[in-house]
Design a binder for this molecule. Sequence first.
Ligand SMILES: NC(=O)c1ccc[n+]([C@@H]2O[C@H](COP(=O)([O-])OP(=O)(O)OC[C@H]3O[C@@H](n4cnc5c(N)ncnc54)[C@H](O)[C@@H]3O)[C@@H](O)[C@H]2O)c1
Length: 344
Amino acid sequence: MGRRVLITGGAGFIGSHTCLVLLEQGYELIVLDNFDNSSPEALHRVQELAGSKQLAVVKGDVRNPDDLDRAFQTVDQVDGVIHFAGLKAVGESVAEPLRYWDVNVNGSRVLAAAMERHDCRTIVFSSTSTAYGEPETFPLREDMATAPVHPYAQTKVAVEQLLTALCSSGPWRVATLRYFNPVGAHPSGRIGEDPLGIPNNLFPFITQVAAGRRERLNVFGQDYPTPDGTGIRDYLHVMDLADAHGVALEHLWEQEPPYPLTLNIGTGRGLSVLEVVKGFEASTGISIPYDVVERRAGDVPRLEACPQKAKEILGWSPRRGLAEMCRDGWTWQQANPMGYRGGT
Ligand SMILES: NC(=O)c1ccc[n+]([C@@H]2O[C@H](COP(=O)([O-])OP(=O)(O)OC[C@H]3O[C@@H](n4cnc5c(N)ncnc54)[C@H](O)[C@@H]3O)[C@@H](O)[C@H]2O)c1
C-alpha cells in the first residue's frame, strides 16, 4: 500500500496538480479543502485523470480542529501532510491583514496541533518567494534573510518560524518550499488555474484576454528598475512544481534531520511581464493587447531563484520551458473558458 498523505487545499491550483502527480505515483490521498477559492470539480477531474486511484475528500476548514480530526481519521495513520490551504492575494492581504493572519497563520497552528494529536510530524509547507521582500542581489538563495514587505508574505514567514520552532521541540520533519511563480496547467487541459473574479496573476489574465473573456491585459507598472520597466518573475510550470512535492516528501521520510529544510522552487531564469506576453504570442499566434496601469500595492521589481539547493538535495530541476507553460495554460483556458464553473 502507498503512503498516506493529507493534502490541505488540495482542490486549488497547485494542490490539484500535486494530487494528480502523487496519485499516479501510488500515494493514497486525503484532501481537506473548504473550497473557498476552488471547486470540487477539480478533484473529480483529478480522480478521472488518475483512474481508480485512492482519493478521499473532506470538506472542511484548516482552522477547525474537528474538521482536521475527521480528515486524519479517514485512514489508520497519515504518513505526511502537504499544506497548501491558505490565502494568496498580495493586494487583498494589504486590505485584510486580520483575515490573512487567521487563515494562513492560525490555520497552520491548528493544523500542526492536529498533526501532534495524530502522531504525524512530517510536513511540506507552501511558502513563497515573496518572503525575500525587496532584495537587491540576485539570484535569491535560501540563506539570505527574509524581509517580507506585505501581510501575505509576513504570514508565510511567520509559519516558517513556527515550523522551525517545532523542529527544535521534537521529531518534526519539515520541508518549506519557497515557490516562485507557477503557471501553465496539466497538458490534458482538464485541470488548471481557475481564479475567481479578475485574476491577480499574470498568466490567467493573459489567457483570459486571449480567449476574449477580458478585453485587455493590465500591466501593473512600467517604471520598475528592470530592462523594460516591467516586473521580473521566475515562472515555472505547475507540473514541475507538483513533482517537487513528491520528491520533498520522499526526502523527509528517508533522510535524517537537520530540519527544517528550506528550498527555493524556481527555474533561476526570470522573465519580465512583456517577455511573457511576447512568449505567449509566439507560442499561440494570438496577440495580447495591454494597458500599462499603476503599480500594485505590495509588488516588488524582481524575484529570481537560485534553484541549486533543490537540485543538490532533492535532485529536482524544472523540465518544462516557457513554450510549454504557454501551450498548456492556453489548452486549459480554451477547453474551460469559464473555468470549472462551465461544467465539464
Ligand atoms: N500560486 C502561486 O503563485 C503561489 C506562489 C507561492 C506560494 N503559493 C502558496 O501555495 C499554496 C497554494 O496556492 P494555489 O495557487 O494553489 O492557491 P489556491 O487558492 O488555488 O489554493 C488554495 C486552496 O486552499 C483552500 N483553502 C483556503 N482557505 C482554506 C481554509 N481555511 N481551509 C481549507 N482550505 C482552504 C482553497 O479553497 C483552495 O482550494 C498557498 O498556500 C499559496 O499561498 C502560491
